[in-house]
Design a binder for this molecule. Structure first.
Ligand SMILES: Cc1ncc(COP(=O)(O)O)c(C=O)c1O
Length: 400
């Protein structure tokens, strides 16, 4: 029997082999430390969990309007104002089943077959495939580590001159680098998008996770940016709610309406119970819980920034946001004659530390280390890494 061509055009997750091996090794009793997770290691705050239970008790167990319950859309609009200074009306908000569907449904609305979507590398793993699934063409602009993983103004001008871009996918703070776009570069981008009638899909899922006073700025805040930006966000990271599958988008009304129309045929509506939890999460100020989480992330980030530079052959830029480090390891790869995938496989097998290769993010020669793991785990992982890396450089074998 025939199936469509689409699955063949979508890449298998590069992390899958490592995740599968890690799971297999655990069943064999190996102590695996996972620094590959993209989700906070904290519980969803209790009051939010309780709001989910109350939603069931209240009978929030039925279909809702495709764009979400009106009070939840209003809570999102209020939280965008409170937390990000963004001014949206309820009718410009669509509640989705996670940020991923918000991105995909927006792409379905903004792209016609063959339309081009600009993606900056290193990129979050899903962007190129989501663009392909929306019948678009990903255009990858590789940034440079020495420029802080940001494009320069002339990089932007060049890519806009070379390609007729329908949209640009922006992720600030970035997964995997933690890079935060500065306002002046956002102004350059908004200016080019306005001149070329190009949309900005702004994935702001790490917008509330920044360090050292770095401020997250949305392109929707930049003069002229609001009318060409779709703001994408969700509760997975900022409220530690990955499993609840609750996201949203804020955009000019026509785009929001079109997304809701597509959503009405695709998934119906976001889970009602999760909408109840979101009403609690976004309808009230939970900065206390968030600050506790941020403090823990900040502490772990500080620890890694102290330890990682001691590893010979590692180059490192301090992330301004999110919860990942993205060190370059090319010198060590050259020494070993490995690529980054082999490096991660060896690290898992030899020292039981699960990492993600940079090539999964379109940026080989690097590895992603998540610090959504306890400080104890990070300490043990760094101890193992340091010993192993020293042994690799000296050509000696580790005693098992
Ligand atoms: C940059 C980025 N965008 C979107 C998502 C997906 O978030 P959600 O769980 O809301 O679908 C992730 C999850 O890892 C992410 O890192």
């Amino acid at each position: 029997m025939r199936i469509s061509n689409l699955p063949g055009q979508i890449s298998e997750s590069k992390t899958l082999a490592i995740t599968a091996l890690a799971a297999q090794m655990r069943t064999q009793g190996r102590q695996i430390i996972s620094l590959s997770a993209g989700e906070p290691d904290f519980e969803t705050p209790r009051v939010i969990r309780e709001a989910g239970i109350q939603a069931i008790e209240k009978g929030w167990t039925r279909y809702t309007p495709a764009a979400g319950k009106p009070e939840v859309r209003k809570a999102v609009a209020d939280s965008l104002q409170r937390d990000f200074g963004l001014n949206y009306k309820s009718e410009e908000i669509c509640i989705t089943a996670g940020t991923k569907p918000a991105i995909y449904e927006s792409l379905l609305v903004l792209l016609n077959r063959g339309d081009k979507a600009l993606i900056f590398a290193p990129y979050w793993v899903s962007y190129p495939d989501l663009v392909k699934m929306a019948a678009g063409e990903p255009i990858i602009l590789k940034t440079q580590e020495k420029n802080g993983f940001l494009p320069t103004k002339s990089d932007l001008e060049k890519v806009f001159a070379e390609h007729d871009l329908s949209c640009v996918i922006l992720n600030s703070p970035s997964n995997p680098t933690g890079t935060v776009w500065p306002p002046d570069l956002l102004e350059d981008l908004v200016g080019l998008c306005a001149d070329h009638e190009t949309w900005i899909l702004s994935d702001e899922i790490y917008g509330q996770i920044t360090y050292g006073g770095t401020l997250h700025v949305s392109p929707a805040e930049i003069r002229g940016g609001r009318k060409l930006t779709v703001v994408l966000n969700g509760l997975s990271k900022a409220y530690s709610m990955t499993g609840w599958r609750l996201g949203y988008l804020a955009a000019p009304k026509d785009v929001t309406k079109a997304v809701a129309k597509i959503q009405s045929q695709m998934i119906g509506n976001a889970c009602t119970i999760s909408q109840g939890a979101a009403l609690e999460a976004l309808g009230k100020d939970h900065s206390k819980e968030r600050n506790e989480m941020l403090e823990a992330f900040s502490h772990r980030r500080g620890y890694l920034l102290e330890r990682l530079p001691n590893l010979k052959g590692f180059s490192l830029r301090a992330p301004a946001g999110a919860f990942y480090m993205f060190p370059g390891v090319q010198a060590l790869l050259d020494h070993q004659n490995w690529d980054d995938e082999r490096f991660c496989m060896e690290a898992l097998q030899e020292i039981g530390v699960a990492l993600v290769p940079g090539s999964a993010f379109g940026f080989p020669g690097h590895i992603r280390i998540s610090f959504a793991a306890s400080l104890d785990d990070l300490k043990e992982a760094l101890h193992r890494l340091e010993t192993w890396v020293t042994a690799l450089w000296s050509g000696s074998k580790l005693a098992n």
